[in-house]
Design a protein around this ligand. Structure first.
Ligand code: EPZ
Length: 418
């Protein structure tokens, strides 16, 4: 296990460059299988989820070459469509994208159920229902799913929930199906658009990505392409909120402000001093933060991935803030860790009430999932003295070079393997 030791209470200033989006990159790598030639993916974040996906691609005999510090070349012409076992899939939720990619290209996929952050039950029923709508047969055997189809026929699919994963997975399965597939109530997240653009640059015919209705006209052949991962809006949000608490002047660069609209509005409401440029944002800590209310919603609403991070900010805001989590049923575990540090927090079902400002004290705390861990890093950066964060492996799944990036801003932080 890895732990982070952070000596908090220090001002953090300077510039931080945001990396490629984890939730886009983890879909692009399995999607690369669909290409009949090879792909070059740029701006790939150096995070452990990408390492896990690369080992699955290599296990399937895809050719994966790191071309530079953040770009990969993937050739899938000699793929062996083998069973992807639990020891590989349990490391990350995004392993389920191999279902859509292998089904879409080979009309067969044998993949164990995915792992991922324990923020809820995280079923994949909508993914499997989508595959069945396309004519596939879905069998569950123990902890794996076997999905087969004589042929995949385009169909109209309505998603009960605007699921990011199901939207992308169905797109992967439909891109070479016969005829037209319509996904209604599709997720609108920027990462969905990034995947659709990747497939279109191979020659797919996808329209409507980013809206509630995505149309996919099946094609026979997908050619080589080069594609860039969009900047990670959740990583950006994390550093912006660090700046809101600890910086006289912090520049967060390589961002797409439109992807951060909901957060920016909330932070302005709280009294954070933000100046927005076309691909960067300047943040200044204004001592008095005001309490606010957040309800998590699908994009473009306030992202569930940002609520565990703004919760830490709310401990320093004057008044009672409220968080209502409507996407996942178990995404408040970080609040109990913040309480250990002295935060004044009450949880009632899917609502968290945070009274501030409270002085956080350094403690021995534990990351329960990726974004919970990010919220605790911010808490440790505020608290005077040395805080230890256990299970820091979670954090490394989604934050490229977090130690180096924070050290460069003036943080005193150590990553230790124990
Ligand atoms: C993606 O997870 C992200 N992960 C999550 O980010 C993010 O929190 C989530 O989208 C919502 O934005 C990746 O992209 C790898 P969903 P995903 O399907 O696709 C229910 C992070 O921190 N649902 O949109 O799993 C589900 O239980 C991670 O980077 C079904 O009921 O999320 C949840 O309540 C954490 N059946 C809701 O829908 C299904 O078949 C939204 O889930 C699928 C989902």
């Amino acid at each position: 296990m890895k732990i982070l030791k952070i000596d908090g209470g220090r001002k953090l200033n300077g510039t931080v460059k945001i990396s490629g989006a984890k939730n886009s990159a983890v879909a692009l790598f399995p999607a690369a299988i669909l290409c009949d030639e090879n792909v070059h993916i740029l701006n790939v974040p150096n995070i452990s989820d990408i390492d896990s996906l690369n080992s699955i691609l290599k296990y399937l005999n895809a050719k994966v070459e790191k071309k530079s510090q953040d770009s990969f070349y993937i050739a899938s012409c000699n793929i062996e469509n083998k069973e992807i076992t639990e020891d590989m899939t349990r490391k990350l939720r995004a392993s389920y994208y191999f279902m859509g990619a292998l089904l879409g290209k080979y009309k067969k996929a044998e993949v164990s159920f995915p792992g991922g952050c324990t923020i809820g039950s995280r079923p994949i029923d909508l993914h499997l229902k989508g595959f069945e709508s396309l004519g596939a047969k879905v069998e569950q055997k123990g902890n794996k799913v076997i999905i087969t189809a004589d042929e995949l026929i385009g169909s109209n699919i309505y998603l009960d929930i605007a699921s990011v994963g199901a939207t992308i997975n169905i797109m992967l399965a439909a891109v070479k199906a016969k005829g037209v597939t319509i996904i209604d109530n599709a997720a609108r997240e920027p990462e969905v658009v990034n995947i659709a653009m990747f497939l279109n640059s191979m020659g797919a015919k996808i329209t409507g990505a980013g809206t509630n209705t995505i149309k996919i006209k099946g094609v026979q052949y997908l050619k080589s392409c080069t594609h860039e991962v969009i900047p990670d809006r959740i990583e950006a949000a994390t550093y912006i909120m660090i700046g809101a608490l600890l910086s006289e002047n912090l520049t967060v660069e390589n961002i797409i402000p439109e992807h951060l609209e909901a957060l920016i509005q909330k932070l302005l409401e709280m009294g954070v001093d933000l100046k927005i440029d076309d691909d960067k944002i300047y943040v200044t800590n204004k001592n008095k933060l005001k309490a606010t209310k957040v309800t998590t919603l699908v994009y473009p609403g306030f992202p569930t991935d940002m609520q565990q991070i703004i919760a830490t900010l709310m401990t320093q805001a004057t008044g009672e803030s409220k968080i209502e989590e409507t996407i996942f049923e178990n995404r408040f575990q970080n609040l109990y860790e913040l309480r250990k540090m002295g935060a004044n927090i009450k949880v009632v079902s899917n609502k968290g009430y945070i009274k501030g400002p409270t002085k956080l004290k350094s403690e021995d705390i534990t990351a329960t999932d990726l974004r919970a861990g990010a919220g605790l890093v911010i808490a440790a950066l505020i608290a005077e003295g040395e805080t230890t964060i256990n299970n820091a492996d979670y954090i490394l799944r989604g934050y490229e070079n977090i130690v180096e990036k924070l050290e460069k801003l003036g943080a005193k932080i150590k990553l230790i393997e124990i």
